[in-house]
Ligand binder design. Structure first.
Ligand code: NAG
Ligand code: NAG
Ligand code: NAG
Ligand code: NAG
Ligand code: NAG
Ligand code: NAG
Ligand code: NAG
Ligand code: NAG
Ligand code: NAG
Length: 575
């Protein structure tokens, strides 16, 4: 059933006040020479934009730091209890004192209402919502309303604990501070909200640079503030193998940068649980048959020797291939090794999906290899894509036999490999800035897809690059898409390949820009017009201030300063 889309109703009359006078606004971007584009949003405007929201200009005052009580009809639910602890006074008010403003009704607390009988979810992990569940899986209804005793309360109705978490996040965003006063308010409001897509992710790469666990946790926190729900963890690659395998400990012993720059399986599971508490799935990626140079350090027999000089195995060819770079698809050892490794991976991960990579299998090494030539003759193969297919299909079948669902980059499709239709493809390629034909191709072939092509945050450019992310739409950017094909789109992911990113700059690189992608994937489809993007800038800037306020070092998106957050954050910097 399609979502019912309703326009957002904002208090336009009140907004116009902010155009004239920024002095009271939450955010103060500075229009220095030319007028600022777009309509500033009032304080307490949530990001991403809800499916349907009505805000009144009637407000309630927050009584004091501890006066927001959290309750639920679902007792003893660890996911909700830990969320109640997170949405603590510190998150909402930092270290500020909170004083009740006279003359306003007092806000009492928030109550979460869930259907009875879903207690078991409290011990589960979030997953990709099934098609028939998508209307309710992360849906919530949030009403801030005046009760008969004249106090104001908030009520969240949700259908799953994950929906309740999304509602709590929106609730926390509705509370605003009046200037630098100690008065905090919440508007009477009604919100009905549910995401446009069930898969809204971010990919980290911990092979090119190791990312410390506390930084991954910060990313997960900030993702939950932005309603992203999948951490795609590209954990190993050519450069390093930080995952500690109990089955093959040599992999990290020889492949990690340093013994301490590793992730023990227990640490991976801790991260998965940290993510689960925030309604975020963790999908592990172990990329093969390319991007496997690191396996050679401990298991040299896994890789095809390349014949760069035409005579000797294990010789590179400048600009074409390395001495070894792709798994050897001709040996049974390759398959039995991978079966053991993936059995362990399946036991560590909690998600039904495992990402199997399959990208950038370049043929020049195989072309140089007499062993591959002999293998092709034996199998009657005439194309190198058949060698790729040989590995790909066996590997996919093996992973399916372990009970996991494979997710792969779309390269095999582009190389003409015949894949089963139940494989989910992640589309990343672009030709210049043109990516729509790649997505269209995957849809024409009938695959379910996750889009990443327009959302590589590792490309650094001057200016407001988030606008391009915001204006890339999986449906509106495809002139030829059919209604049936729209249903094959599961969502999208922002990616950061980490050649030039590590814990010193990763969080700043990603936040708040990824918010543009999060809103594209969460909020109802809307036209791609520049005025909407201009308006979004103000809300995104407000969200950036909110992230700063919560301790996330999100980079600026424009001139200006966060008012009053920066004043509070910097209070002690100049005395
Ligand atoms: C909330 O109420 C205040 C005070 O009436 C008003 O200025 C503001 O525009 C309202 N917020 C929204 C999002 O409408
Ligand atoms: C609460 O849940 C935990 C397990 O999550 C269980 O051990 C405990 O007995 C429960 N307590 C009550 C009061 O139900
Ligand atoms: C917010 O603060 C301003 C300046 O102190 C004051 O004029 C205004 O009445 C306050 N707004 C509310 C809703 O209390
Ligand atoms: C907001 O108001 C409009 C117009 O009255 C209504 O159609 C819509 O259902 C309301 N949305 C919510 C979330 O209450
Ligand atoms: C599976 O994981 C558990 C702990 O989560 C561990 O005790 C067990 O040895 C693992 N089994 C395999 C085959 O890796
Ligand atoms: C290759 O082709 C030959 C001749 O058509 C056939 O006899 C042989 O069985 C084929 N081998 C394989 C592995 O398909
Ligand atoms: C990329 O775009 C250029 C210019 O539009 C075109 O000539 C070329 O064939 C395209 N390449 C691919 C791989 O589609
Ligand atoms: C849409 O179809 C037209 C006509 O077949 C084609 O020229 C164009 O490349 C297609 N666009 C995309 C994004 O696939
Ligand atoms: C965009 O905003 C400009 C300036 O306010 C206005 O003239 C124009 O009509 C708007 N365009 C659309 C499509 O709403």
């Amino acid at each position: 059933m399609p979502l019912k889309l309703e326009p957002i109703q904002l208090a336009f009359l009140v907004c116009s006040f902010f155009i004239v006078d920024f002095s009271d606004a939450y955010l103060a971007p500075i229009a220095a020479r030319l007028p600022l584009k777009g309509t500033p949003s009032p304080p307490g405007t949530p990001w991403p934009e809800p499916m349907s929201a009505n805000f009144s200009i009637s407000i309630a005052t927050i009584g004091n730091r501890d006066s927001i009580t959290f309750t639920s009809n679902l007792n003893n639910c660890s996911i909700l209890n830990s969320a109640f602890n997170r949405y603590s006074p510190d998150l909402i008010f930092r270290d500020l004192p909170v004083e009740s403003a006279s003359g306003y009704p007092v806000f009492a607390g928030i109550e979460i209402i869930l259907p009875s009988g879903i207690e078991n979810q409290c011990g589960e992990y979030p997953r990709l919502a099934l098609e028939e569940e998508r209307d309710t899986y992360e849906k919530y209804e949030l009403r801030v309303e005046q009760d008969s005793d004249s106090t104001v309360t908030a009520k969240i109705q949700a259908w799953t604990v994950w929906g309740a978490l999304r509602g709590l996040e929106t609730f926390s965003q509705l509370i605003w501070q009046n200037g630098t006063s100690n008065n905090f308010f919440i508007n009477i409001s009604q919100i009905v909200d549910s995401p446009r897509y069930p898969h809204r992710g971010f990919m980290i790469d911990t092979a090119r640079h190791y990312v410390d666990i506390p930084v991954i946790e910060t990313i997960l926190e900030a993702m939950s503030y932005t309603k992203l729900n999948v951490l795609h963890w590209h954990i190993v690659d050519d450069q390093s193998f930080p995952f500690v395998s109990k089955t093959f400990p040599e992999l990290s012993a020889k492949g990690a940068y340093l013994p301490e720059l590793t992730y023990e399986p227990e640490e991976v599971q801790d991260i998965i649980n940290y993510a689960r508490d925030r309604g975020i799935r963790v999908i592990l990626e172990f990329d093969t048959p390319g991007h496997t140079h690191v396996y050679r350090k401990s298991f040299p027999q896994l890789l095809t020797p390349c014949y760069g000089d035409g005579v000797n195995p294990g010789t590179p060819s400048p600009d074409k291939h390395a001495a070894y770079e792709i798994l050897d698809p001709t040996k049974e050892f390759t398959y039995s090794f991978m079966k053991q490794l993936f059995t362990e991976i399946k036991n560590v991960t909690k998600d039904e999906f495992i990402h199997l990579g399959m990208d950038e299998v370049y043929y020049s090494c195989w072309q140089s290899s007499p062993e591959i030539t002999a293998f092709m003759e034996q199998n009657n193969y005439t194309e190198y894509s058949q060698v790729q297919e040989h590995y790909t299909l066996r590997h996919l079948d093996m992973v399916k036999s372990l009970g996991a669902k494979p997710l792969i980059w779309h390269d095999p499709l582009e190389f003409g490999v015949n894949l089963d239709k139940d494989i989910v493809l992640q589309v990343w390629k672009k030709n210049g800035s043109d990516w729509a034909p790649y997505l269209q191709h995957a849809l024409d072939e009938g695959y379910q897809v996750i889009l990443s092509s327009p959302w590589y945050l590792n490309y650094i450019a001057y200016g407001e690059t988030w606008r391009e992310y915001y204006e890339s739409d999986p449906v509106l950017s495809l002139p030829n898409i059919t209604e049936d094909q729209e249903k094959l789109i599961l969502g999208g992911e922002a990616c950061v390949w980490a050649e030039y990113a590590d814990p010193t700059n990763l969080v700043q690189r990603v936040f708040p820009y990824i918010g543009a992608i999060a809103e594209r994937l969460w909020s109802p489809i809307s036209t791609l017009d520049k005025n909407r993007t201009d308006d979004a800038m103000h809300r995104l800037d407000q969200h950036r201030c909110r992230l700063l306020w919560r301790g996330i070092p999100a980079q600026p998106i424009f001139n200006g300063y966060c008012f009053p957050q920066e004043k509070s954050i910097r209070r002690s910097s100049k005395k």
